[in-house]
Design a protein around this ligand. Sequence first.
Ligand SMILES: C[S@@+](CC[C@H](N)C(=O)[O-])C[C@H]1O[C@@H](n2cnc3c(N)ncnc32)[C@H](O)[C@@H]1O
Length: 449
Amino acid sequence: MKTAQLRMLILELLLRIEKDRSFSHLLINREIQKSNLTTKDEALLTQIVYGTLERKLTLDYYLSSYVDPTKKLDLWVKVLLRMSVYQMIFLDKIPDHAIIHEAVEIAKQKGHRGTQGFINGVLRNVQRKGVRDISEISDPVERLSIETSHPLWLVKRWIEQYGFQTTQEICLANLEEKPISVRIQPLRIARGEAIQYLENEGFQVKPSIFSEQGIIIEKGNILTNNLFKQGMLTIQDQSSMLVAEVLKPEPGMTVLDACSAPGGKATHIAEKMKNDGIVYAHDLHKKKVNLIEEKQRNLQLSIIEATAYDARKLQDKYKNTSFDRILVDAPCSGLGVITSKPEIKYEKTAEDIERLQSVQSDILNHAAQLLKDDGLLVYSTCTIEKTENEEVIHQFLEKNPEFIVDTSFFNELPEVLQSSIGITEFGVQLFPQSFKTDGFFLTRLKKVK
Ligand SMILES: C[S@@+](CC[C@H](N)C(=O)[O-])C[C@H]1O[C@@H](n2cnc3c(N)ncnc32)[C@H](O)[C@@H]1O
């Protein structure tokens, strides 16, 4: 693909993410599959799209020296300036004059002469005079917000919850690349065998400490690998692998997965059950239920029965059934997965967090009534918000005094994990900076005997 064409494609992708609130990773993957890009172009596209998104507030701060903030700009002009400045400041692959030339060429195709001149002028200023120094921002909280490109309200909220230093670590970790991790399908391949195979294929990998099924891929494209294509491996963040480990499902059990799509954890549970027993997997959205079925097929499992159902009404469905194990992997703000989905930090609001807490509590309250007396229930989310985690559990325990947090699960975690993360009276919160995983919360509940 010609350079100008590639830049135009990047601009269009960024515009779609801005306008349609599309998930960047889904959009990029789809585009890569469709466009037949070379590996080099693929890497450049991914880097510029993610980088521009990740650094949006920093880039706007840089641009504010040369663009009058009261001037109304078309969205494409703003995005084109951002992606150009991103390349000029954060990448050293392409010379500034080439970046400016390409931006002006794009402007030629999309706008009129005035816009070309404007874009050329702004970028030439950046080239000649450089950008504003962030260290000039005197307020440390505002500085952190601009430096790491996290909205001020979110930074303030995290500082209230975790203090300045942890918040700074969270924000910085959200800008770091996170290695992909995969889970072996243990009924089809052993971890050692998979590691050997991948190493022979030129991959750089290492075993995960989170789960005996986990492998971290440090180098190599797993999507095109045969083990992945044949369903011997599935992609899953290491933090998510903890869920089935902590739930401890056994062969022959009856398990409920209340919020299951796309089935990452349901399939892990089925693997741990040696594909013997039954996992009732539900999701609110019918379309998403297909994803659970597809994952089950790919991994050659058969005990998951997936149907669309609102988890807030589970008691109506299972009037005469109770479960050995229940998983509530609740819908959440996703503020723990900003590394892979940077747009989340700009899109979520404090109101979203409050609204989600009410859905989470509702689902947990309903699902928990279906637990057998000696059963175990895991509640998890991929967010670092106490409102969606600790507070949900706190309120649940107040309403349901027959339940307690089964803190013994902490001692079952790998020792390295135990020594680096803490458990509160409500559960375990993983941060993205601790192990290069998603930010993730989980806890295990059981009934008082
Ligand atoms: C965190 S995701 C689940 C991820 C899944 N457990 C996995 O490991 O692949 C939360 C899911 O809850 C679903 N959901 C949202 N509201 C729901 C409800 N009221 N009942 C059931 N599922 C719901 C969403 O569609 C979403 O797929």
